[in-house]
Design a protein around this ligand. Sequence first.
Ligand code: ADP
Ligand code: MG
Length: 140
Amino acid sequence: MAIERTLSIIKPDATSRNLTGKINAKFEDAGLRIIAQKRIHLTKAQAGVFYAVHKERPFYDELTSFMSSEPVVVQVLEGEDAITRNREVMGATNPAEAAEGTIRREFALSLGENSVHGSDAPETAAVEIAYFFSGLELVG
Ligand code: ADP
Ligand code: MG
């Protein structure tokens, strides 16, 4: 297994309920290191670029409105197999299907307002990290 980096976002439903610390504890307990982190308030256009892959999906407007409704915390997680490990800690997209102990099972409100984003592959992780952070901001 290789040391990887992945892009994580703590979504508006979680930042607004003051869950940033509890969610970060889940990452750290799973051996993921938070090597960069900042709280930002995305515009709808910025959220739209980030989620451009979903542009044709029926939920795109709802998703980009939600992601720009309140601040988010964007972060880079580093660790062994970090992309897959983070997806395990997050749980399934739909919280009703997420395993016990996962972030989405414990904290998500719905399929749309599901508390966290995590990159799904090395190529997308690299693009997503570069969207929010410069190399100087990644302190491993
Ligand atoms: P994941 O975040 O698990 O990688 P996707 O990439 O499929 O999931 O979808 C991106 C995000 O879009 C989801 O996390 C969720 O917030 C939202 N989403 C996905 N499917 C739906 C849906 N059917 N209705 C509303 N929102 C959705
Ligand atoms: Mg996805």
